[in-house]
Write a protein that binds this ligand. Structure first.
Ligand code: BTN
Length: 251
């Protein structure tokens, strides 16, 4: 079933804007935030023409097969880094809810199923000088994309293929928003950080992040990854793409 404003109206209690086709839901949400949107407002796109990923990459959202969602949140400044975590936990919950198994979070925020990426998260802060207006939590979730004949065929997956069920995207959005609300209420709580840490799928593994290679030994409460390098020095990593270079068996 295709998405529409009417269908979403029935399912969502949050203020929202829906677009059949949009350049990037994050851009619309950033503008809405500047125009005074309340926390919890959400922008939803059925298709993105210029979806943005991390590190300036393109994020593809073809029509009718995926979710492109940007949620406006207004956390206290000290919890900015936790928005990433809220996004990853909420998508993880959604995957579990629809019956997927072997779900994990690849640091910091990629949700994977059977080690393939099902979603990407792009939080963007909006400032007025040094005043934080809010964060736009952008989430792209693959629902029934066809990745065959694409360069990401081996590393991407979808909720439908992993759950073996046919899914209604409006219901997925409604459930996702419930989970975001739930985790956002717990933003200062240890449980948020501990749940995220427990769901990370590469702690205890040898990893490579840009030029750094070493053992991923843990995470800190601001989300930083701790990697012990070959000289046994502890390196704190705040951003980057992690690759597991070989699995050591223990976790
Ligand atoms: C990644 O590179 O893994 C992050 C991808 C984030 C994509 C989402 S889709 C909704 C929102 N709008 C965008 O332009 N990007 C984010």
């Amino acid at each position: 079933m295709t998405l529409s404003t009417d269908i979403l109206q029935e399912k969502l209690t949050h203020p929202f804007q829906y677009f059949d086709s949009v350049d990037s839901t994050n851009d619309i949400a950033k503008q809405w935030l500047q125009d005074g949107a309340q926390s919890g407002s959400v922008v939803i796109g059925n298709e993105q023409r210029k979806g943005r990923g991390r590190k300036g990459r393109t994020w593809y959202t073809p029509p009718d097969v995926a979710l492109a969602i940007s949620v406006i949140l207004k956390p206290p400044k000290q919890y900015i880094s936790r928005i990433n975590i809220i996004g990853a936990l909420s998508v993880y919950d959604l995957a579990e809810h629809v019956g997927c198994q072997n779900i994990g979070i690849k640091w910091p925020n990629d949700v994977q199923i059977n080690e393939r990426k099902v979603s990407g998260i792009l939080p963007e802060a909006v400032w007025d000088g040094d005043k934080l207006l809010g964060i736009v939590l952008g989430m792209g979730i693959n629902v029934r994309n066809d990745f065959s004949d694409t360069e990401i065929a081996d590393i991407a997956t979808t909720l439908e293929s992993e759950s073996g069920t046919s899914l209604n995207r409006a219901d997925l959005i409604a459930y996702l928003m419930q989970r975001i609300d739930m985790w956002y209420e717990r933003i200062p709580a240890d449980a948020l950080f501990i749940t995220w840490k427990n769901r990370l799928n590469m702690l205890g593994q040898q990893v490579k992040i840009d030029k750094l290679e070493g053992l991923a030994v843990g995470v800190e409460s601001d989300g930083a990854l701790l990697v012990q390098d070959k000289d046994k020095q502890m390196q704190r990593v705040l951003a980057g793409d992690v690759f597991v270079i070989h699995k050591s068996g223990n976790k």
